[in-house]
Write a protein that binds this ligand. Structure first.
Ligand code: PLP
Length: 495
């Protein structure tokens, strides 16, 4: 069986998993989606006894059907090793009956490491399988965390180069420092004078420009993507939802077969879509709770059925979720439209031309498992402070958006289903926002003084990722307008 991936905008464009990973994006701006999500045929009793790597193999082998067993193990063992500072890779920790799935134990201390540790392996393996000898140029737009995780994953990987664009004034000081100090010889980082949506639109434009593609090919290059528009990001993200479930079973919190809720602080809709895909594969889920910050396009969408990006872009204390065009929502729209590429393409055209679209009542009905809400910055601060005061546990601003929305959900519904909150970043990545949430007086201190203070309050050792940038020199100084992105990339490639 070789299960095909199809474009969300053209039903005739079908490729294998490895080709979808290598290409990143389909033609005409479409995204690759699996024809059908295969049902996990290994019983949950068996699956939940496995460790992270074991579960990763089971999930990946069902979704990436043209990779051999040997290839998958090579990728999994290369990715999920001692570069994670916890041997469980994604530990589940419980506070006051709530379960936080800590997804930030990788190299760059945000959940993007979960997929970006394995993507370079999947991609270079895909290039070999498809006899591609072109050098792969990874083009990445980042709202702060993907950039560094992708740089760390692809740095000095033979046969690849990577260019990252981030919003110059839209990331945290630590996020920026992590990126501009990257040492990999095949890396390039630029700030743009715009927001994340501008960066993402600029990158998508380069991808879907056939002339630019041909010019690259003449020079021995091809573009691919490390953003969650690449299916090679989403599939590895399905794994940790199964693993969270396994940990709940192993600790006796639930029995095999019980349903759980999953709360995800959401931006580009990749992480929560991976949870949804895991449930289509057979993971027992009651509700998907989609948590937004003040950029609450998704909350409005789930409550009204209208997606409308025509609004002010708000810079918040959870910058990795400051997004108005959630790319991966397209994959959900395609599915609830009955896997209908034509219907989806019409809506996406409306989105690009008018900035909005409305789904039908039937489509809206298919979204009953989703609950959306949002938390403003004051609520986020209060949530960080409350959890710290009750438990001594310190969460980052993104995780706090999720925890706050989960509180709203419980109050509204009274639902007591065991719940997993995706904890997407270490508080050390957003030290200033986190510390001033605990006490505004910390705002007068220097960034690294705050780091040391956070260690004192939380009792969690300063991660290596932070130690690494304390005194690292800035190596990337490019700042450009969004219109200049293409020429900057050509400059980097020397073409
Ligand atoms: C990227 C990111 C998110 C949003 O995830 P999406 O998959 O884009 O919805 C949330 N929190 C953090 C810390 C992130 O880095």
């Amino acid at each position: 069986m070789s299960f095909l991936y199809r474009s969300t905008r053209n039903k005739n464009e079908a490729v294998t998993a490895s080709q979808a990973i290598l290409m990143g994006l389909a033609e005409q701006g479409g995204l690759f989606v699996p024809d059908e999500i295969p049902v996990m045929d290994l019983p949950l009793e068996e699956l939940t006894k496995k460790d992270y790597r074991g579960i990763a193999y089971e999930v990946l082998s069902r979704m990436l059907t043209d990779y051999t067993e040997e290839e998958l193990w090579y990728c999994i063992n290369g990715a999920y090793d001692s570069k994670f500072d916890d041997e469980r890779i994604a530990p589940l920790v419980s506070h006051h009956g709530t379960h936080f799935l800590e997804l930030f134990h990788g190299k760059t201390i945000a959940f993007k490491d979960m997929a970006l540790s394995i993507l370079p392996y999947l991609m270079t393996t895909a290039a070999k399988k498809n006899n591609s000898d072109q050098e792969i140029v990874i083009l990445t737009a980042t709202s702060g965390d993907t950039g560094k995780a992708a740089l760390a994953g692809f740095a000095d990987v033979p046969g690849t180069r990577i260019a990252v664009f981030y919003p110059k004034s839209g990331v945290s000081p630590i996020q920026e420092k992590q990126m501009v100090t990257e040492r990999g010889k095949n890396t390039f980082v630029a700030g743009i004078t715009g927001n994340f949506d501008d960066a993402q639109t600029g990158v998508k434009k380069m991808f879907s420009d056939p002339e630019l593609g041909a010019y690259l090919a003449e020079n021995g290059f091809r573009f691919s993507s490390a953003n969650s528009i690449n299916i090679g990001r989403l599939v590895p993200q399905m794994v940790y939802y199964y693993y969270a479930y396994a940990q709940l079973v192993q600790s006796g919190e639930i029995k095999v077969g019980d349903k759980i809720n999953i709360v995800v602080p959401t931006g580009n809709f990749g992480n929560i879509l991976a949870a949804y895909y895991a449930s289509l594969m057979g993971l027992p889920v009651n509700k998907f709770i989609c948590a937004s910050n003040d950029n609450k396009v998704l909350y409005d969408f789930f409550t009204t059925g209208v997606y409308d990006r025509n609004r002010e872009f708000i810079l918040t204390s959870s910058p990795s979720m400051d997004i108005l065009i959630s790319s991966n929502l397209e994959r959900l729209i395609y599915r609830i439209a009955g896997n209908d590429a034509e219907k989806n393409a019409v809506l996406m055209k409306e989105l690009s031309e008018t900035g909005k679209y409305t789904i039908t009542d039937d489509m809206k009905k298919a979204l009953e498992q989703f609950y959306g809400n949002y938390a403003d910055m004051d609520t986020v601060d209060a949530t960080i402070r409350k959890i710290y005061e009750e438990d001594g546990y310190i969460i980052d601003t993104h995780t706090a958006v999720a925890a706050a929305v989960y509180d709203m959900y419980k109050t509204e519904t009274g639902d007591t289903t065991p719940t997993v909150i995706a904890s997407t970043a270490s508080p050390y990545k957003f030290t200033r926002s986190v510390m001033t949430a605990i006490d505004p007086a910390y705002d007068s201190k220097e960034d690294f003084e705050l780091v040391d203070k956070l260690e004192e309050l939380s009792g969690v050792k300063v991660p290596q990722a932070i130690e690494d940038i304390r005194s690292a020199p800035v190596l990337h100084k490019t700042v450009c307008e969004k219109e200049e992105m293409e020429s900057v990339v050509k400059g980097f490639l020397g073409i």
